[in-house]
Design a protein around this ligand. Structure first.
Ligand code: NAD
Ligand code: MG
Length: 352
């Protein structure tokens, strides 16, 4: 069992270990001390793990109620959010209770936002069941739902009280969803560690899950502790995302987030080579590793199409755009550019 402790506006532990799912009742009862727990899960995850989580909580003396919603990003909306709030109220959930988000990033973001706002905030616990949720969304306290105008447009910063990460639950993840999460793992290596990049290259990810989870969660802890509310250093986590978001949006979200981030990292690294920030072999090694992880590396849209989307992205501040540019494997730098220069970077990145 590994523990990563996070000191943000709320201090909490992220525990990593096989068997934590079935032990979650004891873990939650000890650290969160709730009388009852509202378990929120999508239908797929509930069918796989819901009863085990409830049984563990009940065995630890925590009464449970369950809210199950249809899986998928389409549920991360205001209507589903309101349904959860009504469910909590109807079941007389109070601040002495807790919300347990059991699932991927959709469940964590949706359930977390309900917990952040119901009764002005109740404790919540993340039980991530996708690789993406384990290494990224369950840690750091960003919660949100989507609006028709765009993703994550309504939300709150709200740190969980506890995160329990059982690598065993990732064994039921379909390969495409698993590898999609690997894009964020490779991003962590590009940002922070050449050694970790080599680890990813040498050993298959399913054979070193604990190592991957511990590295990525510790990396995110460092960034979140430095800049919890995303006003500076946390921008580094956007490596591959500036152009990646544009690819995702241009595809009308038929290209998944991880695949889009993979393409975005390749574009940014290729542009970095052309502009003298890093050497050619960094690009070659990145492309080889992404391919090994079944992630795409070709740019599927013309620069003109991506340009409009980058400019309207919410991370565009006024007339400047901050790019996260690789210098070598394990080190990147923030490069603010003028909005008028985005086209030049897109073209240097390989968009025609
Ligand atoms: P998701 O929660 O929709 O899960 C993907 C699919 O996998 C779902 O269909 C789900 O039912 C299924 N699933 C989950 N766990 C499973 C398991 N163990 N076995 C079998 N199937 C399983 O999506 P996701 O990729 O986990 O997360 C994407 C979301 O995360 C997006 O909405 C994104 O905006 C958000 N996100 C948030 C943050 C943050 O900091 N809050 C960071 C990154 C991403
Ligand atoms: Mg991401």
């Amino acid at each position: 069992m590994k523990t990563v402790h996070i000191d943000a506006s709320r201090s909490y532990d992220v525990r990593i270990g096989r068997g934590l799912l079935d032990d979650c009742g004891r873990q939650i009862a000890e650290r969160v001390r709730c009388a009852s727990a509202a378990v929120v899960a999508d239908d797929t995850v509930y069918a796989l793990y819901g009863e085990r989580v409830c049984a563990s909580l009940e065995a630890a003396g925590v009464r449970t109620v369950c809210y199950v919603f249809p899986h998928g990003e389409k549920s991360k909306n205001l209507l589903e959010y309101a349904k959860i709030l009504n469910f909590l109220a109807e079941n007389r959930v109070t601040r002495a209770d807790a919300l347990i988000a059991l699932g991927g990033g959709v469940t964590g973001d949706l359930g977390g936002f309900a917990a952040a706002t119901y009764l002005r905030g109740i404790p919540f616990v993340q039980l991530p069941t996708t690789l993406l949720a384990a290494v990224d969304s369950s840690v750091g306290g960003k919660t949100a739902v989507d609006l028709p105008a765009g993703k994550n447009l309504v939300g709150a910063f709200c740190q969980p009280s506890l995160v329990l990460c059982d690598p065993h639950v990732l064994s039921t993840l379909p390969d495409p969803i698993f590898y999609d999460g690997c894009a964020e793992v490779i991003k962590a290596a590009m940002l922070k560690s050449h050694t970790f990049f080599e680890d990813l290259d040498k050993t298959s990810p399913r054979e070193q899950l604990e190592h991957i989870l511990e590295f990525c969660i510790a990396m995110k802890r460092d960034v979140v502790e430095e800049d919890e509310f995303d006003t500076g250093a946390r921008q580094m986590l956007n490596l591959g995302h500036t152009f990646g978001h544009a690819v995702e949006a241009a595809s009308n979200f038929s290209i998944s987030h991880g695949c889009a981030v993979s393409i975005g990292m390749v574009m940014m690294t290729r542009a970095a080579v052309k502009k003298g920030y890093c050497k050619e072999d960094v690009l070659e090694q990145l492309i080889a590793l992404l391919k090994k992880y079944h992630l795409p590396t070709e740019v599927p849209y013309p620069a003109s199409e991506l340009l409009d989307i980058v400019r309207s992205d919410k991370k565009t501040m006024g007339s400047t755009v901050t790019l996260i540019v690789p210098e070598k494997i394990g080190r990147c730098t923030l490069v603010p550019i003028q909005a008028v220069d985005v086209l030049d970077w897109l073209t240097a990145g390989g968009a025609e």
